[in-house]
Design a protein. Sequence first.
Length: 190
Amino acid sequence: MENKTIEQAGKLFQKHSISDKDLAAGFEFRNIMADEAEQVVEIEQICFPPNEACSEKNMKDRVAKAPELFLVAVDKETGKIAGFLNGLSTNEHSFRDEFFTNANLHNSSGKNIMLLGLDVLPEYRRQGLATELMYRYLKRERENNRQIVILTCLQSKVKMYEKMGFRDEGISDSSWGGEEWHEMRCVIGT
Ligand SMILES: CC(C)(COP(=O)(O)OP(=O)(O)OC[C@H]1O[C@@H](n2cnc3c(N)ncnc32)[C@H](O)[C@@H]1OP(=O)(O)O)[C@@H](O)C(=O)NCCC(=O)NCCS
């Protein structure tokens, strides 16, 4: 099973190094900067309903404590963030809701990553930007010797994450926002 997800991630890396050069040319991909915290707070409120969105305080804590676990796509024309991924690293193996609310759980040398959010502003959607962000994030974290990237998502997003190389592990323990979540994982290293 693990080999299969590594293989899937490998295919994603291969596909992207060929196909998404044009998309990538319009954006700068990098870690977040401290003065961009307000931007990601705002984007999170646009992208998620109030029961699912990360609060301003929690997002600012994440930016302060784990900026290296963000990846932002900055539109080169406007200089503003168009989309981003963020997470925390840990040696834990399965998701619990406290990762959403307590950035102190971040352990910079942790082998695994709990992904906490993938956001793309509406005007930038359906061009492959989320896929590009994920590809670059997985590649970067594989190079950082991480092993497993774990996330939770609603049923409606399971197929999207499967396309991005993740495997559905079934219903998670999470009850975030009063909803039912699937836990998904992508093995990127051993
Ligand atoms: C979901 C989201 C990140 C997708 O961003 P995007 O840049 O449009 O995604 P991509 O263009 O890379 O799409 C890749 C694939 O994901 C799937 N997909 C995209 N948006 C989707 C959506 N809203 N629901 C289900 N699947 C979706 C499609 O299969 C798509 O491939 P296709 O265009 O060939 O059909 C974006 O719509 C968003 O920020 N939504 C609100 C926040 C959210 O739901 N985040 C994910 C939380 S688990």
